[in-house]
Design a protein around this ligand. Structure first.
Ligand code: GUN
Ligand code: FE
Length: 450
């Protein structure tokens, strides 16, 4: 299977934030060339004139299992939302309903440009989610939710500590690095409120033994923090996780809305990864996360929609937009720029999930200059794409389901109509001038090779 996208404006998301006009060739599920592609036949050719092509978006905090709960848990703060709506509905899930939720979620995600996710599922029947996600073609790191505490947890969700750890290990052994490495497993203790100290210590030990990612929620709402202070004998939420040896580079902590200076300093020192979910924080009234501060400290902050129950949508473009606008209100316009948000949605997510980069040759591409695209540069350069190239929105899916990468390439971003078609020789910047600034590497994130 091979695919050629022609005449696109390619937002490479490489370290230099380069935007080039040209073609993208995909062969056997991998990007073969970007820029000027050698003349050779492809099974399928798409004219992407007028469209942007950009890397697949990466959502690093989501609950696929909550997709069927959309609209059933509105207008409540976190703890009430969990105890009266979300936990009872999760407890009612069967393997069939989990499979349906995962299929709906992955369809919605792929159709809106998300090609990779870090997901926390419910307590039981997680094999059904792994199976549905493996069939979908999306990249995913999936964790069975672990819960062995809190009197208000429905009995079907409350596990014995040992069973929770054993089941998580069994899933890890069964699924980690399957589907050619596209499917991975993580340990997912839900949050400190619903996990005993023994469970969290067990997770820390397993994470160290297997080098496994730990996916959890932390410091999302003030009520949650007050409960953790009681459980822990007076510690703040993130300090408690640190005291249990969970604060390591493997820890992926969703939200961190109320992380104070000392906690942020600890997150940076321990290289804990933070996932920001702006629309969830707004819907549940949790607060505005200190994203600009955390990034300034060098913390890797990526993005996620969280789930249809606390967001009502799974669209990463919403999250990028809200992330930038919330920091404008919190600080000043530009505190989190459009390109920062796009970086968080692509490169920061790739760093989080430790997916290898794909090296591609950028050959003779027309690159923008301050006065538009200059003539073709004849030098070859190496660029890194952290994820399969994806294009999103507007245009109907075009691919056959034969290859997952082809599916990632199934839709495209249409450039604003009001700007009209640009000729290849003189296109201008798509949104103001942001992609055309000098070489820019906001976080110096290194995308680890696995
Ligand atoms: N904290 C514990 N569980 C959850 C969940 O399912 N969603 C959100 N947003 N926060 C949580
Ligand atoms: Fe969540």
């Amino acid at each position: 299977m091979s695919l050629l996208l022609k005449n696109a404006l390619i937002v490479t998301m490489n370290d230099g934030f380069e935007v080039v006009q040209g073609d993208v060739s995909v062969r056997e599920g991998r990007i073969a060339a970007v820029g000027v592609v050698p003349d050779a036949p492809h099974d399928r050719v798409i004219d992407a004139e007028g469209d942007y092509v950009l890397p697949g978006l990466i959502q690093t905090h989501i609950h696929l299992c909550q997709t069927l709960f959309r609209g059933y848990a509105d207008d409540m703060p976190l703890m009430q939302w969990l105890r009266t709506r979300v936990w009872p509905m999760e407890a009612a899930h069967t393997a069939a309903s989990l499979r349906a939720a995962a299929r709906l979620a992955t369809t919605e995600l792929l159709a809106s440009g998300t090609t990779a996710v870090l997901t926390m599922e419910t307590v039981h029947e997680t094999d059904a989610v792994f199976e549905a996600v493996a069939e979908s073609g999306i990249r995913a790191t999936i964790g069975k939710c672990m819960m062995d505490a809190d009197a208000d947890v429905p009995s079907r969700l409350k596990e014995h500590t040992r069973t929770s750890l054993d089941e998580s290990v069994a899933l890890y052994r069964r699924w980690h690095n399957t589907s050619d490495g596209r499917i991975r497993a993580a340990l997912a203790p839900r949050f400190a409120v619903s996990c005993t100290r023994e469970l969290l210590e067990g997770v820390a030990a397993l994470s160290t033994a297997h080098q496994a990612l730990v996916h959890t929620h932390a410091s999302e709402s003030r009520d949650e923090i007050a409960i953790v202070r009681q459980i822990s004998g007076g510690l703040s939420n993130l300090a408690y996780l640190d005291s249990l040896k969970l604060a390591t580079p493997h820890l992926c902590a969703a939200h961190c809305v109320w992380a104070d200076d000392a906690e942020q300093e600890m997150l940076a020192r321990r290289d804990v990864k933070v996932m920001h979910c702006p629309s969830s924080n707004l819907k549940l009234g949790s607060g505005i996360a200190p994203v600009a501060e955390m990034r300034r400290r060098g913390i890797t902050v990526s993005l996620g929609a969280d789930g249809a129950a606390c967001n009502n949508r799974l669209d990463m473009f919403d999250e990028m937009r809200l992330a930038a606008m919330l920091q404008a209100v919190h600080h000043h316009p530009g505190a989190l720029s459009a390109r920062d948000a796009l970086w968080m949605a692509t490169r920061a997510g790739a760093a989080r999930l430790r997916w290898s980069t794909t090296s591609v040759r950028l050959k003779s591409a027309r690159r923008p200059t301050s006065s538009g695209f200059g003539g073709a540069s004849r030098t070859s350069r190496l660029i890194q794409t952290p994820t399969p190239l994806s294009c999103t929105r507007r245009v109907a899916p075009t691919s056959s389901p034969a290859s997952s990468t082809a599916r990632c390439l199934s839709t495209r971003v249409r450039r604003p109509a009001s700007r009209g078609r640009r000729s290849r020789s003189r296109p201008g910047p798509p949104h103001g001038s942001w992609p055309f600034a000098p070489v820019y590497n906001p976080l110096a994130v290194s995308v680890e090779e696995c």
